[in-house]
Design a protein around this ligand. Sequence first.
Ligand code: FMN
Length: 448
Amino acid sequence: MIPPDWSSRSSRRRTVCPNPWRRRAPTSTPGLSISTVDRRGFSSPPSRRYTAMAPSIDPQQFRDVLGHYPTGVSVITALSAAGEPMAMVVGTFTSVSLDPPLVAFLPNRTSTSFARLKDASRFAVNILAHDQEELVRRLARSDPRKMDDENWRLSPAGNPVLDGVVAVIECDLSSVAEAGDHYIVIGAVTDLYTERPTVPLLFFRGGYGEFAPKSFVVTEGRGMSGAVTQAQVLRSPVEQAAGELGGELTLFGRVAGDSVALATAAAPGGSQITPLGTRYPIAPPIGAQYVAWADAREQDSWIDKAIGATRDEIASYRRHLEDARRWGWSVNVAPDDAAHWPAVFPEVDGSDDAVKGRHAMVTRRMAESTRGREIDSLLDDAQYQVIGFVAPIFLAEGTAPELMVRLLLYPSVRMSKDEILRKGALLKNFAVSAAEQLRDSLATASAR
Ligand SMILES: Cc1cc2nc3c(=O)[nH]c(=O)nc-3n(C[C@H](O)[C@H](O)[C@H](O)COP(=O)(O)O)c2cc1C
């Protein structure tokens, strides 16, 4: 197996084959050679050898095609005979067998890191978290002392365990088989545990990313292309305004009955909460900004979607619509019991399951952040725990907005009425200038 291109996108641009572990391909017989080898000597003859006719597959095409398959990112760690920590980043870690419990990873035969690791009788697989990209960059080097500056502890089994990883699988080294220019290393699992139930780091097509549950992700080709193009135009204004307004700024577009996150940016040092593609159904209390300028029938059908709503709630949704029209922005205020949300997500979210935790967080945030507060009802001497603001973006006069912008304050901020009015007006200003930029860009595009 030739694993995908592990180099980052930027370095890949510099050279076609920038990574030493790929460049130094061994000159072994073409075809597949599988031999279980003695883990210390690597000298046993192959137990079985398959030498297929080597088909002419272009290596670059092989990498390009297999690069469509994402991997997780793990660090294999072990102690040397001298007690020094050793590490190697792999994207090829996989589970193999439940009974007996076996896992595997595939080091390149030229890897100097693996040349050191192979002498250890046991190792640990450290599964990296979504926020450990920098750690990968530091550890994906040949330097034998690369663990010197890292934070780790020794597990009871005697393996280095890196701080902040998602999970650890401790193994005895069971066998090493040759497979083309790589080895297949099998580990017999001796212990395994979750360290931090958060979303893991993923590697795909030369870049790093993280998992977002599918139900919140918009795939291409679902009426998105126009909206995404509009979002691209506003990408840098959104980034700049996020800093100025001091929160996460997200541009939403109306796509097939949903409000979809098209571009999002957090203020420097702030939390990025909303994954791109997050999709909220336009039903009360969500989407007043889109519906407030529509005709009475569309407003009624929006309110009809509030199945099970009480008379009071329906009256309040109607007031939200009036408010949106009157002020050109709305504010969302936390109910008292939600004033102190957990500072970190999703591990403190009450769920052991990272994906469920993230779902829960996004869903709860959606519900909490849409408790609109009528602006006219704000009291001069009161303080409010403000979660965010929303404002519509009008592309053409006299038509209902197809875009809106949301400022999410995380954690929520205590504000007086005056402060709320000022911040709301600033967001509205952003929405007006965003609309102007979009109109200009559409005019330029149609003049071409
Ligand atoms: C995300 C990522 C995944 C990698 N996966 C593997 C792998 O599965 N097998 C491998 O031999 N090298 C892999 N590498 C490369 C090695 O971690 C490391 O960069 C390289 O081996 C350094 O050279 P050395 O092994 O000679 O020390 C990966 C690198 C990165 C960044």
